[in-house]
Design a protein around this ligand. Structure first.
Ligand SMILES: [Zn+2]
Length: 202
């Protein structure tokens, strides 16, 4: 049997829970487009669309990843790093269109975790486009403060809590994609603190 778990980089393996069948999807997402998305991404299930998308998917600009969704399935925002910082207005907008779920997809080997090495080259790219060198450097440093991350999983966790604080009446699903097998996994912290508790008696 194909062992998808072996494809998860060591760095992240101990911090993720794999979803190998529909039973592994947290019960709180049953019947939501979050569960359907995970089934499509991990198991190749088809996605059904209707005229009212109920989901916003936020992921990275990463070129090695294409979302497995047809037209009319979801609103999509792709940013460097996949977080919704600076996109809160767009979130408010899709709420007015019936969205009740947000999927946040982080991934391994993200360029935003390597910004410190790339800053000089990015500033140079602006200069080559006609920017003043000092302005370019200032802009790049300023944006790097906002967009650079140290660790993809930590950044996902922080973004989850930031969004839940701002939008407390919708599902936010933090998922972690491994690029080499294109599967999404559950962060262990989410399972332990949130989804595992659903199953316990109150
Ligand atoms: Zn990325």
């Amino acid at each position: 049997m194909y062992d998808s778990y072996s494809s998860i980089p060591e760095l992240h393996k101990s911090r993720l829970i794999q979803m190998q069948s529909s039973n592994d999807i947290p019960a709180r997402w049953n019947g939501t487009p979050i569960a359907s998305f995970i089934q499509a991404q991990n198991f190749g299930y088809p996605l059904h669309v209707n005229d009212q998308p109920q989901i916003l998917i936020s992921t990275c600009i990463e070129f090695r990843y294409a979302l497995p969704i047809p037209a009319k399935y979801a609103y999509v925002i792709r940013t460097a790093g996949g977080r919704l910082i600076g996109q809160e207005f767009a979130v408010g907008y899709v709420l007015t269109k019936g969205v009740k779920n947000i999927i946040l997809i982080a991934h391994d080997d993200c360029g935003m975790a390597k910004v410190s090495q790339a800053k000089e080259a990015i500033a140079k790219a602006f200069v080559q486009q006609g920017w003043d060198p000092a302005e370019a450097l200032h802009y790049v440093n300023q944006q790097a403060e906002v967009l650079a991350i140290d660790d993809e999983l930590d950044a996902l966790e922080h973004e989850y809590y930031r969004l839940k604080q701002m939008f407390n009446d919708i599902h936010v699903a933090p998922l972690f994609l491994t690029l080499n097998d294109k599967r999404v996994h559950l962060p262990k912290w989410y399972h332990e603190r949130i989804s595992a508790r659903d199953a316990q008696p109150h």
